[in-house]
Design a protein around this ligand. Structure first.
Ligand code: FEO
Ligand code: CA
Ligand code: CA
Ligand code: CA
Length: 688
């Protein structure tokens, strides 16, 4: 890596993220006390008896999982074009691309032999008749018909059976007003209409795509009839609550006395595609959008504070003041409105008229996303992370079983089930975990874990909390049962090939600092700047079970740093990686990792590594995004011919504005968040 291009100065805090991103994305969460101040021990004596070290899940189990992910959909698609994802089939394949070097170039960089193109960008029209982006004439009405801002999660679902059409579903996590409005002088100076623009720029988009010829390149379908194209906005889209907390007193408001119909979805970060062809999306840093938290009932303030809502200031620093456009964002007047965000939402892109849902059975926290797998028993299991320093890992097991081809039934699976939180322990002596990242004497950061039941159906397992309370204040339930405080759990996804689960722990610079909790074997580095990958192997390959083994196959950073680990692979052949955020798999089961907040003086990017066999840990960088951006998505199509990434917040560097941008990607004028597709002109699969 001697040919590193010019380096940008390091501006960020909390990993390598720029302060401007910290302000707009999460309301400067890193500058506030960690919301988890619970006395909950973070390294317990979890059951060790009866838990044996296991290797990969038995072949039979893996086979069943592979079938579970797609077989039903092939069946369904026969009746109904595009209902679902094609079956996942294992293929042999090494990752043969030449890694790209770390860099700070203002472009998307891909390996030699690959090509890339913008698919769609902020402000592009997606509803018929919508205008293109004109930043000087932007209105909420226009924005609500255009692709939203700051695309994060991407799902690409097949439409029809011939592989030429697809539906792109994207999250729009947050807005950066400084980079959206010309002549920006401050958030308080925005007009009410501009505030409404930002509400309309949040949410999700569904966009019909077509393949360009027979290549791996995709582009939006243009035309007057676009029946699937849709915007879901925070401004106005009605949702429906499902599950045990729907209609509870915690969710009722003056505008919705039944507590069943929240308006909009908020701060949608990552997500997943279900086997029945819907998209799940996580509502993450919803806390930062409210004012009036100082006036909520005193006895309830701890519940708000646990979610990062300020209970001392009427207007928190950096507030977008959405209450100027809609009164519901003022908790002094509508204290329950905050409880109507922080859920997993499910969107059916094939039914544009279907009301999207928020599933209370899956709990409320700062949801990064959710990814499901069908267990051998047929139950659907969703794995989820709560993206905050010292917060928890969760899983949800449906009460009903998946029925291949019965879409109407499968659409109900996430409405009822059992919610668990993870408690993990190491198998090495605590004295061997010294905070430097040095491996313990058994050669691995690893151990055992237990899924602690919080609620099942409408029965609570947390003393003193009703089921509706456990689901609405899930963080407090996790505190009460002694869940393990992790280093910011981001995307959590099961491998469709092995059934093992991979969770990105992005970083935690507070770990072991001052009075904050110290290191443990699962979170082994003090002031963890670079993050790690947490691998879960469910005991007996049973995703519905309550015990597992875990290890850290990758401890991120510069491979020259002895505090890193790449599954024992030769570090000289490994690319530097920092702050893993989103994970995905190709058909061979290789693990793809996108980063957010690179603290190694390079732009963020996309990496891939085999995660089984002798090349486990041979991590290589596949792509970088422009300065200021994080790499989101990623999504590999089922044929492995295309990899989509979301370039989120390009040019988001303190001091930049629309008029004086820090990045001019993608069009040479100012920065626009956009979706990019990468493919091989020679037609061969990505990565191999
Ligand atoms: Fe929006 Fe957890 O990153
Ligand atoms: Ca160990
Ligand atoms: Ca994320
Ligand atoms: Ca993912």
């Amino acid at each position: 890596m001697s040919d590193r291009p010019r380096l940008l100065p390091l501006l960020g805090h909390g990993g390598g993220r720029d302060p401007m991103t910290c302000l707009y994305r999460c309301g400067n969460a890193c500058d506030h006390p960690v919301p988890n101040a619970s006395a909950n021990e973070y390294l317990g004596d979890v059951v060790r008896a009866g838990v044996t070290r296991r290797g990969v899940i038995a072949g039979g189990a893996a086979g069943a999982l592979v079938l579970g992910i797609g077989a039903g959909e092939a069946e369904a698609a026969a009746k109904r074009p595009g209902e679902a994802a094609p079956a996942v089939a294992q293929r042999p394949g090494a990752l043969s691309f030449r890694p790209i070097p770390p860099n700070t170039l203002d472009t998307v960089v891909v390996p030699n032999g690959y090509d890339s193109a913008v698919v769609i960008r902020w402000g592009d029209p997606i509803l018929p008749g919508a205008p293109g982006l004109d930043v000087r004439r932007q209105t909420a009405e226009r924005q609500a018909a255009q692709f939203g801002y700051n695309n994060d999660f991407l799902g690409v679902l097949p439409l029809g059976r011939d592989g030429t059409r697809a539906l792109l579903v994207a999250n729009h996590e947050y807005t950066n007003e400084e980079l959206m409005f010309p002549g920006f002088t401050g958030l308080d100076a925005l007009t009410v209409e501009q505030v409404r623009v930002t509400l309309a720029a949040h949410g999700m988009s569904v966009v019909e795509l077509e393949r360009a010829g027979r290549t791996g390149r995709w582009r939006p379908v243009r035309g007057r009839r676009l029946p699937y194209n849709k915007r879901i906005t925070t401004l106005a889209t009605p949702f429906r609550f499902t599950g045990p907390a729907a209609g509870s007193s915690w969710l009722r408001t003056a505008a919705d006395p039944a507590g069943t119909t929240p308006i909009g979805t908020l701060n949608n970060c990552s997500g997943g595609v279900t086997p029945w062809g819907t998209v799940l999306s996580g509502e993450e840093n919803f806390n930062q959008y409210f004012v009036g938290g100082d006036a909520v009932p005193a006895g309830l303030k701890p519940r708000y504070a646990r979610y990062g809502i300020s209970t001392t200031q009427r207007v928190p620093d950096g507030s977008r003041r959405w209450d100027r456009a809609q009164e519901r964002w003022d908790l002094a007047k509508h204290p329950n409105e905050a409880h109507r965000f922080g859920w997993i939402v499910e969107v059916d892109p094939y039914e544009p008229g279907a009301r999207p849902r928020k599933h209370t059975a899956m709990g409320r926290f700062k949801h990064e996303g959710a990814n499901v797998i069908v267990a051998r028993s047929g139950h659907v299991v969703a794995y989820m992370g709560d993206d905050e320093r010292f917060d928890y890992l969760y899983k949800f097991v449906s009460s009903r079983v998946y029925k291949p081809g019965n879409r109407r039934h499968n659409l109900t699976l996430l409405e009822s089930g059992t919610l668990y939180v993870a408690k993990v322990t190491g198998d090495s002596p605590a004295a061997e975990i010294d905070g430097t990242g040095k491996l313990p004497s058994d050669g691995l950061f690893d151990g055992t874990g237990r899924w602690i039941k919080l609620v099942s159906g409408d029965r609570s397992f947390v003393p003193g909390m009703t089921a509706a309370e456990v689901l609405t204040f899930t963080r407090l339930a996790g505190d009460a049962v002694g869940a393990t405080k992790m280093d910011r759990p981001e995307d959590v996804q099961p491998s469709p090939v092995t059934g093992k689960i991979y969770a990105a722990m992005t970083n935690n610079t507070n770990r072991g600092v001052g009075t904050y909790p110290g290191v443990d074997e699962a979170n082994p580095r003090t002031a963890n700047k670079h993050g790690q990958i947490f691998e879960i192997t469910e005991d007996r390959g049973d995703h519905t079970g309550s015990t597992f083994r875990w290890s850290l196959p990758i401890v991120c950073g510069d491979p020259a740093d002895p505090a890193t680990y790449f599954a024992g692979y030769d570090k000289a052949a490994v690319s530097p990686i920092s702050c893993p955020d989103n994970v995905a798999f190709d058909r061979a089961g290789n693990l793809w990792i996108a980063t957010d907040g690179n603290a190694l003086e390079s732009n963020d990017g996309l990496f891939a590594t085999p995660i089984e066999g002798p090349s486990r840990g041979h991590l290589k960088q596949f792509l970088t995004v422009p300065p200021g951006a994080e790499t989101c998505g990623p999504f590999l199509t089922a044929d492995d011919r295309s990899v989509f990434v979301a370039v989120q917040h390009p040019g988001e560097i303190t001091g930049a504005t629309l008029d004086n941008p820090a990045s001019t990607w993608p069009d040479g004028d100012y920065a626009r968040p956009a979706v990019v597709v990468t493919w091989r002109p020679d037609g061969r699969p990505i990565g191999t």
